[in-house]
Write a protein that binds this ligand. Sequence first.
Ligand code: SF4
Ligand code: SF4
Length: 464
Amino acid sequence: MGLINAPQPTDQVLSTLNRDGTRRWLRPKISKGVHYRRRFFVGWSLIATFILVPILKLNGYPLILLNIPARKFHILGSTFLPTDTFVLMLLLFSIFVGIFLMTAVFGRVWCGWACPQTVYMEFLYRPLEVWIEGGRSKQLKTDKEGINGRRFLSFVLFFFISAFLANTFLAYFVGWDQLLDWMCQPPTSHIGAFFLMLGTSALMTFDFAYFREQTCIVACPYGRFQSVLLDRHSLIVGYNPDRGEPRAPLRKRATDQAGDCIDCNLCVTTCPTGIDIREGLQMECIHCTQCIDACDAVMAKVGREKGLISYTSQEQLESGKRRFLRPRLFVYSAMLALMFGGLIVSLAGKSSADVTLLRGLGAPFSQLPSGEISNQMRLKITNRSGEQRQYQFGPSDTSFEFIAPENPMTLADGETQLTAAFITAPPSAFINGEITITIVIDDGVDFHSERPYRLLGPDTGGTR
Ligand code: SF4
Ligand code: SF4
């Protein structure tokens, strides 16, 4: 039964598949309308940002440096250490909820305007390809005749651009200074990083020269989530069938009943994923707006109103009504405000050191031959000040004897150390077997903390 219903070889099941199952190469014609110019500006601003972020510095560090071996993230002048799990978790959740909110309101605006796959493909690699090989018809001719010198040249240039972008990407993890240093040395001095960069360059060349729209159609999980993230009121790129149908080419228009679509097919030939937007909302549509620009130009030429294909919503296409406020937007906004607020509060409350007081291992206390009670305490300090610091610590009440082998404790930037200390008190100091004292930690610069610490001892009914 399954085989009877299976698509027959003559059916076209995918926009990128020929009827015989071979790859259908897409060579979209670039439509340089209003949306393209805006996207071009946004795209190149993002490319410039991507290149500049690891170069520009704030508080002595690049704007973003993800130093994984040292387990330190420097983001916009703040240093995040493994102890900042909560802050990083809030940041990640804020990003996820922000994506949900953005998609519910603006549809796949990320895919069409800001995704690196689209930005690099449409504003860097494809224009370069057109410049070297010529437009759509020349490229399709090369597809038929086989690779020629121009296509080979574009592949070579693709590799060099990919190598530059891969190096920039690597700078996010090792820093631009380190990268420049490596560039002046033979690859054998940093063989791991060299192969990582080479592998990334090869993968990017493969992606932008060969795989292309397949990344959006079959590899990217974001496109697959659209049915969940979008609703009938979300912004989409849509064709208005009430206005466009019945479509008819200009030369065959026998009646005034024909719709505005002149069936020129330009919205299809400009589409980077090869679909026909007139067939309705499809998962392959990355909302790049190329079909809007193409159709608007056609409408202008034939003297019709622009907007046969436009930014709209499914509801608007069907009922003519647009509804912006929906319950899910309130839920997403509230969640985002909560998490973002938590993130801001956590960041504002971050001091230049993390301190944790822990009980000693083994017996809770011991009695010395002199009869006094000794408690072991462990102190963990993480220096996040951005420079080397010395931390002095001890009880605020100096009548307690305090012995610490390493006091003050010297820590480099980002370093964490655990040290032990012994506090001795007379048995009479304990009430019901315990007493709470205050431990003061100070770096002499800007960090001062007073933490309560409970000493345990015998229940002597003391009254100190
Ligand atoms: S570009 Fe516009 S007029 Fe031409 S086929 Fe597409 S929808 Fe119809
Ligand atoms: S249908 Fe239009 S908006 Fe969607 S991917 Fe194709 S050209 Fe871009």
